[in-house]
Design a protein around this ligand. Structure first.
Ligand code: DOR
Ligand code: ZN
Length: 364
């Protein structure tokens, strides 16, 4: 297949293993966009206000999401916090909660209650290993802790390595990996360590992120060479690397009103999640980073759907869905924003104005 010219692509429903669904009216606006982006299974992040630190709250939130977006399989997570003891892990596992998200304290949006001392959680990690829960890591250090010339993600990689050595059976996901070094580090670990790759890290670099509030996110997009390693990683097809959009909606005015460099971190890609992955790959082909025919339907199905489900030990998509997604070139363009009917809630889309495939759901 030549991705830049193909007119029609058929894929299994995608699994987006990293989404931010937020709360209240913003949640009601963004949850339905999961389906629009071609996704039937979504792993939901717990950095709400306040963060999701009890099993009860996670289950309540799951119900709210299911009401807002019927038909989506929401995989849920707890926010790692001193109250997440081995007992809570046992209860969470019994309740069907899938993962626990580790935010180093203060590294990103709503992470003030995050982890300051990793060792304090070793018993919790042991319990997670025992109950086969997934540890989802935001792999960055605070700016004050990164040696000069090292990115916040690169400075975190030794911690990933040592956690993996100490808990070799614990399934760990390095979320939204953004550097060539992170890709290498994940490859060097055993099969229990994987990583998600977003759509936007396939097309943004530090130059975009510095000056466009809609391209600003954590981890900050890096150099063109890092972006191109991510593209090649997708093209190569390695089961350790699968799709997690990290779509992170913020109200439009908080982006546009912010002083330069002060916008809240997060790129909103959910309504075009699948198509934006394709755009990033198409750009990579146009630059000659990967060959014209480097991306097959199989490559896309693996990255967008199969590999993530497999790592999470979910049933194969063919066993759980009677649907497929069909992408057709009809000259559609990404609108500026997604808005509620009364206009009170609005979120700006990534790559607004760019031409994308139209996505339809059909019976197989
Ligand atoms: O850009 C980001 N936005 N990165 C994160 O880690 C959090 C997210 C958010 O919740 O807004
Ligand atoms: Zn995130």
């Amino acid at each position: 297949m030549h991705l830049r010219t193909v007119e029609r692509i058929e894929l299994p429903p995608a699994a987006d293993m990293h989404v931010h669904m937020r709360q209240g009216d913003l949640m009601k606006l963004v949850a339905p966009t999961v389906v629009q982006g071609g996704v039937d299974t979504a792993f939901v992040m717990p950095n709400l206000v306040p963060p999701l630190t009890t099993v009860e709250r996670v289950l309540e939130y799951k119900k709210e999401l299911e009401a807002a977006a019927p038909g989506v399989n929401f995989l849920m997570s707890l926010f790692l916090h001193p109250t997440i003891t081995p007992e809570v892990i046992e209860k969470a596992s019994a309740a069907g909660i899938t993962g626990v998200k580790l935010y180093p304290q203060g590294v990103t949006t709503n992470s003030d209650a995050g982890v300051a001392d990793m060792k304090a959680f070793y018993d919790t990690f042991s319990a997670m290993e025992k109950h086969d829960m997934v540890l989802n890591i935001h792999g960055e250090v605070l700016e004050s802790l990164a040696p000069k010339g090292t990115t916040l993600e690169e400075a975190f990689l030794p911690t990933l390595q040592s956690l993996h050595e100490r808990f070799p059976k614990l399934r760990i996901i390095l979320e939204h990996c953004s550097t060539a070094a992170a890709v290498e580090a994940v490859k060097a670990c055993g099969p229990t360590v994987a990583a998600t790759i977003t759509a936007h890290h396939l097309y943004l670099t530090e130059t975009d992120a510095c000056c466009n509030p809609f391209a600003f996110c954590k981890p900050i997009p890096k150099k063109a060479t890092d972006r191109d390693v991510l593209i090649r990683t997708v093209a190569e097809g390695n089961p350790k690397f699968f799709f997690g959009s990290d779509s992170a909606p913020h109200l439009l005015h908080t982006k546009t009103d912010a002083e330069p460099g002060k916008a809240p971190a997060g790129v909103f890609t959910q309504p075009f999640a699948t198509q934006l992955v394709l755009l990033g790959l198409q750009d990579g082909i146009a630059r000659g980073e990967i060959a014209e025919d480097a991306i097959s339907e199989e490559t896309l199905a693996n990255f967008l759907s199969h590999y993530g489900r497999k790592f999470y030990k979910l049933p194969e998509v063919s066993a759980t869905s009677t649907k497929k997604i069909v992408l057709v070139r009809e000259g559609a363009k990404i609108p500026q924003s997604v808005r509620s009917a009364d206009g009170s809630v609005e979120v700006g889309n990534s790559r607004a104005g760019d031409e994308v495939f139209t996505l339809k759901w059909e019976e197989k």
